[in-house]
Each structure stands twice: as structure tokens, then as C-alpha cells.
Design a protein around this ligand. Structure first.
Ligand SMILES: *Cc1c(COP(=O)(O)O)cnc(C)c1O
Length: 314
């Protein structure tokens, strides 16, 4: 599968008023269902599992996790087993994300929040490994060393596609921005928009992933005041603004990652943060499958949103 995702121009009066050239790299189009950065992060993890003859891959996630969703599909495609350790109760197994993951063959184990908190604890990991001896265990969100190489390929694709000054992306665990920083090697400005509250600790995590001392911040920055209330939280106004932009540009967005990045970019543009004629690329990290769950739970009004072909509310 080729994953050179397209670039499109974005339109908004705020961009025009500030003489900005804003583009979006559509990693959400890498695959109609499995979108974006999770696919990139899994690429070399899957290779590793195959090369080393693992029987399956095990990983962790919340009940609506894009990573779990992507992992289930990718493992089915590569004909290897998958196991998801899911935070929360059994009843989540019938939600849109997890019922799809099970259709793709993933085995789910639901664990308490307390147990889930131990997901990085070496003794917990080794217990899991004993239960599933032939499984490659990868962290929540897929953010490990192998993920960086897959994500870094975005930078080489961009260099074939356009010239730009600044690359903007949403940040969850920091794996994606770390891969971009490493591959970019100080050639462009990279701005990460943290989607969770109190995310300053992520700066250290990012530096750790790229093997830099913790105080290092070179051509990149993590903006931590655009979380809009915390992970998975957004106001009605924010959702409406994102949905309107999405319809106007006929590009799907969701309010948890790509939408927060978009609102941050509009706000920064309005404040005169960017230089005149600056060329900006937003990275659409995907996650559009999450819209179904949000609509199911009544968290968004599905008629306001631009839905990509093939995705719908049941
Ligand atoms: C997981 C995810 C992110 C965050 O990526 P990290 O590598 O964890 O920072 C961003 N966007 C979408 C759609 C995601 O699913």
C-alpha cells in the first residue's frame, strides 16, 4: 500500500486577512477506515513482529482508541493476532470502535482503571508477556522507537510535495511529533498542539523519545493552552466552529485532535503569530472513525459535520 497522502489548500477569511498560505496533509486519507498517524506508527512495529516471527501484537487503549482500532485492522491485514488491553468495563465492547476491532479479529481484555495505570510498569508488562509469550507488546498510542521511523516518512513526503515554513499537528502522547522533529532535523518550525490538560510533561517525553536532554527545544514548540478543557472535552461553540470549517472546506475533522489543531491555528493566525506570507502545513492525523462514537453518545450533532464517504452513524 502506498501512503503518499495528498496536500490540499485550506480556505478561511482569517487566513486571507493575515496573508497566510495554509495547506493540509491528508493523512486521514491513507486508508478509508484506518487513518493517519496510527498507521504510520504501526508500520515498522508490524515489520518487526513479522520478521521476528511473533504470533501477535498486544497493546493498550481507551474504549474509543484510534490506536486500538488501527492495530486491529493492521494485524488482520498482516494475518497476525491482536490483543487489546482496554481501560474500563465490558459493556464498551459493543461501541462502534471496539465492535469493529473485534470484527477484525482483535481479542479484548477489559481492565480496571487501577490496573490500566500499570501499563508501563515492567513487572505488569512481564506478567502480560507470560500470558501471551509470542506477542510483541507495544505501548499505548503505539509511541515507541519503531514508530518514529514510520512517522518520519511524512517529512520526506512533504519535501517532495511543497515548500513550507511551519508544520502544525495535534499532540497526544508525543510519539508523532517526536518522529517529525527527528526526521526534520531543524529545517522547519514544528508546532505541536497538546490536546490534553497540563501537558507540559510531554516536552520531556518528546525529548526522551528523540534522545535529547530534557531542556532541549530547538525548532519545535509544544503549545499547551489549546486543550479546550481536556482530553476528549470540547465546548459546543468549539464543535460548531470546527464543523463549519469542515463543511466549508469539505474535509472531515473531529473535535478531539484535528479540530483542536485547527482552532489553535485560527487563533494564532488572528493574533498575528505567523509572518506575512508564511507557508503553513497542518498535519491531518486522522481519527475520523471517532466521530461515529461521538455521535452515538450524543456529543456531537451529526448533521453539522462533514462525513467522509464510507463512514456513517448507525
Ligand atoms: C493518537 C492521535 C494523535 C496523537 O498522536 P501522538 O503520537 O500520541 O501524539 C493525534 N491525532 C489522532 C487522530 C490520533 O488518533
Amino acid at each position: 500500500m502506498t501512503i503518499l497522502s495528498p496536500i490540499e489548500k485550506l480556505n478561511h477569511t482569517i487566513f486571507d486577512e493575515n496573508q497566510l498560505h495554509v495547506y493540509i496533509k491528508r493523512d486521514d486519507l491513507i486508508h478509508p477506515i484506518i487513518s493517519g498517524n496510527k498507521w504510520r506508527k504501526l508500520k515498522y512495529n508490524l515489520k518487526q513482529a513479522k520478521t521476528n516471527g511473533y504470533e501477535g501484537i498486544m497493546s493498550f487503549g481507551g474504549a474509543y482508541s484510534n490506536h486500538i482500532h488501527a492495530l486491529a485492522y493492521a494485524c488482520q491485514q498482516h494475518q497476525i493476532a491482536s490483543v487489546g488491553i482496554i481501560r474500563g468495563e465490558n459493556h464498551y465492547q459493543s461501541n462502534a470502535t471496539l465492535s469493529q476491532a473485534q470484527k477484525w479479529g482483535m481479542k479484548l481484555t477489559f481492565v480496571s482503571r487501577a490496573e490500566y495505570k500499570r501499563r508501563q510498569d515492567p513487572s505488569y508488562i512481564s506478567t502480560l508477556q507470560n500470558h501471551y509469550p509470542n506477542h510483541l507488546i507495544i505501548p499505548e498510542g503505539g509511541s515507541n522507537e519503531l514508530a518514529l521511523g514510520g512517522v518520519g516518512e511524512i517529512i520526506s513526503e512533504l519535501s517532495q510535495q511543497l515548500t513550507y515554513d511551519t508544520l502544525i499537528l495535534p499532540v497526544g502522547s508525543g510519539g508523532t511529533i517526536a518522529g517529525l522533529i527527528k526526521a526534520d532535523n531543524n529545517k522547519h518550525r514544528i508546532l505541536g498542539i497538546a490536546v490534553l490538560k497540563q501537558a507540559d510533561y510531554l516536552k520531556n517525553d518528546i525529548n526522551t523519545l528523540i534522545n535529547k536532554p530534557s531542556a532541549t527545544e530547538e525548532n519545535w514548540q509544544l503549545l499547551t493552552n489549546y486543550h479546550g478543557g481536556g482530553y476528549g472535552t470540547f465546548s459546543i461553540e468549539a464543535a460548531e466552529k470546527i464543523a463549519a470549517f469542515s463543511k466549508q472546506n469539505a474535509i472531515p475533522f473531529e473535535p478531539i485532535y484535528s479540530g483542536k489543531m485547527l482552532l489553535a491555528c485560527l487563533n494564532l493566525a488572528e493574533q498575528g503569530y505567523f509572518a506575512k506570507n508564511e507557508r503553513i502545513v497542518l498535519l491531518h492525523t486522522g481519527g475520523i472513525q471517532g466521530l461515529v462514537g461521538l455521535a452515538e453518545r450524543g456529543k456531537i450533532n451529526s448533521t453539522q459535520w462533514h462525513w467522509p464517504p464510507g463512514l456513517s452513524v448507525h
